[in-house]
Design a binder for this molecule. Structure first.
Ligand code: ZN
Length: 367
C-alpha cells in the first residue's frame, strides 16, 4: 500500500519569546497552566537545542529561526554592525531606501530585510502556496527577520510610541491593523498597575534584590505603575508599557483579530502567522532571570499563548495548523545571585596593566 503524504497545514504559526532561556520551562514550569503547559505536554520538546554561534542576539536569533540557516549564511550577524559605506554602526534592518509607514502619523527611517542574504521559510511558503504571511512584534529586528523580504503584514512598535511598517511591505497602513490600533489605543492602559498575577509565595527565588535595574519611575519591587500617576501617554508611559505583560497581551489580541478578519488558515494556500513577544527581553535585562518580574511576564504570556491557541483551535481547527515556539537567545544570571561578582572596566584595565608590567620585568620578550 502506498502511503499518501500528509496534507500541508493551512496555517503555520511561529512564536518567538525574546530572551527565553530553554531552562525557564524547567525552572518555572510549575507556574504554567496555559499555552506553555499545553506545548510541554502535547508538543515535541527539543531540550538540547542550541545556537552554535556568536553573537546570540535578537536579530541573529530571529533570522536563524526565520531562515533555518546560521548567521554566516543569512548575514544578520548582530543587532547592528559597522557599515563601510556610511562609516557608522547600522541597525540590522535599517534601510534608508524605503519609507517608514506609520500607523500613528510619525515619520522615520525605513526598515527592510535588505541585508538578509537568504530567504525566510515564510517567504518561501508564501511564494509557493500563495498563502499570506503576517509578522508582529514590538521590534523591527524581531518581526522583519521572521517575515523576510516580502510579506502581507509586518508590524513593529517604534521607540517614539507608534506602530509602524515600511513601504517595502505595504505602501500604506494595512486596514485590519489600522482598525485594531484605532479601536485599542495603548494610551487606555495609562494609569494601570502591574502587580503579581499569582500569590507571592507561588514564585521561586528571592525578589527585589539590590542589583536589579528598574527603569525610571519604577523601584525593584512590585507593584509597578504604567506611566506616571496623572501623567500623559508620553515616552515614560511607553517605556513602562513595553515592560509589562500588557504589551504581549496586546500583540496576542491583535494576532487573533487578524486571524478573524483575514480568515488566516482558511484560504487556498498555507498562511504563516509569526509573533515575537519582546517584553521578557526588556524585563530580563532590567531585573534578571530569577526576578518575580520575569516569572510574572512568563505567567501572563502562558495565558496569552493559551488564548491564541484556543482561538486557532476554534477558528482554524486543531488539525489544520502547526505551531512552533522558540527563544531567540538566552540571558546570563546576575553574577551576584550566582555566587559570582563583578569588576569595573577600570579594575580590568589595571589588572591587565599589572600583568603586563610583571611579564616585562620577568624578561619575557615583548614588542
Ligand atoms: Zn532577543
Amino acid at each position: 500500500m502506498q502511503s499518501r503524504p500528509a496534507a500541508p497545514p493551512k496555517l503555520v504559526v511561529l512564536l518567538v519569546v525574546d530572551q527565553m532561556r530553554g531552562d525557564y520551562l524547567e525552572w518555572y514550569g510549575g507556574l504554567f497552566t496555559g499555552g506553555f503547559r499545553r506545548l510541554m505536554q502535547e508538543g515535541a520538546w527539543f531540550q538540547r537545542g542550541a545556537y552554535p554561534y556568536l553573537s546570540t542576539v535578537t536579530c541573529a536569533g530571529h533570522s536563524t529561526i526565520g531562515t533555518g540557516s546560521f548567521p554566516y549564511r543569512h548575514g544578520m550577524i548582530q543587532n547592528a554592525w559597522f557599515d563601510r559605506a556610511t562609516g557608522t554602526s547600522t541597525p540590522c534592518t535599517e534601510d534608508p531606501s524605503v519609507r517608514e509607514i506609520s500607523y500613528n502619523k510619525l515619520t522615520g527611517i525605513g526598515d527592510s530585510a535588505a541585508r538578509m542574504l537568504t530567504r525566510t521559510i515564510p517567504e518561501q511558503i508564501r511564494q509557493r502556496t500563495r498563502g499570506r504571511s503576517v509578522a508582529l512584534s514590538l521590534k523591527p529586528r524581531s518581526s522583519i527577520p521572521l517575515a523576510g523580504h516580502a510579506a502581507d503584514i509586518v508590524l513593529w512598535f517604534d521607540d517614539r510610541g507608534g506602530w509602524a511598517t515600511s513601504s517595502v511591505f505595504s505602501p500604506a497602513p494595512v486596514p485590519v491593523v489600522q482598525r485594531f490600533i484605532d479601536a485599542n489605543p495603548i494610551a487606555s492602559d495609562l494609569g494601570k498597575t502591574w502587580a503579581r498575577t499569582l500569590p507571592a509565595a507561588s514564585y521561586r527565588h528571592e525578589d527585589d534584590v539590590a542589583t536589579e535595574r528598574p527603569p525610571p519611575g519604577w523601584t525593584t519591587a512590585f507593584p509597578h505603575p504604567v506611566g506616571i500617576k496623572g501623567g500623559q501617554p508620553d515616552l515614560t508611559f511607553v517605556g513602562h508599557w513595553t515592560r509589562t505583560p500588557l504589551a504581549d497581551e496586546y500583540l496576542g489580541r491583535m494576532a487573533i483579530a487578524i486571524v478573524d478578519d483575514w480568515k488566516l488558515g482558511r484560504g487556498k494556500g498555507t498562511d504563516v502567522l509569526s509573533v515575537s513577544f519582546s517584553t521578557l527581553d526588556v524585563v530580563g535585562h532590567g531585573f534578571g532571570p530569577r526576578s518575580h518580574e520575569v516569572q510574572d511576564v512568563l505567567v501572563r504570556l502562558d495565558f496569552t499563548i493559551g488564548r491564541l491557541m484556543q482561538a486557532l483551535d476554534e477558528r482554524v481547527g486543531r488539525q489544520n495548523y502547526v505551531l512552533g515556539l522558540s527563544g531567540d537567545h538566552g540571558v546570563a544570571e546576575i553574577p551576584e545571585q550566582n555566587g559570582g561578582g563583578r569588576q569595573t572596566n577600570q579594575q580590568t584595565a589595571e589588572a591587565l596593566q599589572r600583568a603586563l608590567t610583571s611579564a616585562h620585568s620577568c624578561g619575557i620578550p615583548h614588542s
